[in-house]
Design a protein around this ligand. Structure first.
Ligand code: SF4
Ligand code: SF4
Length: 252
């Protein structure tokens, strides 16, 4: 291939990648506007429908909802990221078992309120309370540490999505054209989730599956100079390293 051909292929690739992010920004904006409209109309339980949709999507494609539609994720990407201090989550908060514990407490509290609050109060208390907790925690943690700190392994729907997504048909993988440059890892909003897969490809010389915590935002795909990252059906990718279902969020 001539130099001119390579340059034109590179330009087309860059355009396609930036189009990807434009589409993602648009779906996030649409989800925020739809949420605001439904809130304005008093349809408070819309977020419960969103959660059901997120878990259903996870059956096939993992946490695709988190990266493309979640209104809280959109707020973090376009709002919280502007004032975030981009620091690593400290100690216990950075452990995947904290996410499992928080999910258990959150769902237990949700079930308790659900069964004990009757009538019209349920309509606003459960969905608004749930939303309030999630947005507040995401904003505080995202501001103090890395923007997607809450999403990485604390958000209950993210934790459930990652667990359900393990069996999903569509996965993110890194193939053997990977040069271990770690450019993708520096772009990933979830920090450390790509590192184990990069190391696996290097060690075993075979494609490796990325952690199911991946939100399918495609930022890594756009950043990779060798197009080693692919999202799709991959029968040949070796499974992710055990224990890497939830990442340790690193400084950006
Ligand atoms: S950017 Fe591409 S080549 Fe570099 S480490 Fe990531 S997957 Fe490998
Ligand atoms: S691994 Fe890639 S697609 Fe997944 S969250 Fe990170 S940057 Fe986004």
């Amino acid at each position: 291939m001539s130099k001119a051909d390579k340059q034109s292929k590179g330009t087309a690739c860059t355009q396609a990648k930036s189009m990807f992010q434009n589409v993602r920004n648009t779906t996030q904006l649409f989800a925020v506007l739809l949420s605001a409209l439904l809130l304005g109309l008093g349809v408070y339980y819309f977020n419960i429908l969103f959660v059901l949709g997120a878990l259903l999507a996870a059956l096939f494609a993992g946490r695709v909802f988190c990266g493309w539609i979640c209104p809280n994720g959109a707020w973090i990407d376009h709002g919280v990221s502007r004032f975030s201090r981009y620091r690593k989550l400290p100690g216990i908060l950075n452990h995947r078992w904290f996410g499992y514990g928080f999910t258990f407490v959150f769902l237990t509290a949700f079930a308790f309120v659900h069964w004990n609050v009757q009538g019209s109060a349920w309509v606003w208390l459960v969905p608004i309370g749930m939303m309030g907790v999630q947005v507040s925690l995401a904003t505080i943690l995202g501001g103090l540490y890395h923007p997607r700190s809450f999403c990485s392994h604390i958000c209950p729907w993210g934790v459930l999505g990652a667990l359900i997504g393990k069996k999903g048909r569509y996965q993110m993988r890194i193939d053997t054209s990977c040069k271990s440059c770690h450019t993708c890892a520096r772009q990933c909003p979830l920090g450390g989730i790509l590192e184990p897969a990069i190391a696996q490809v290097k060690d075993r010389k075979e494609p490796a599956q990325v952690s199911t915590s991946c939100m399918r935002c495609m930022r890594c795909v756009g950043a990779c100079p060798t197009n080693a990252l692919q999202f799709g059906v991959h029968e040949d990718a070796s499974k992710q390293v055990k224990g890497q279902e939830h990442p340790a969020v690193q400084s950006g």
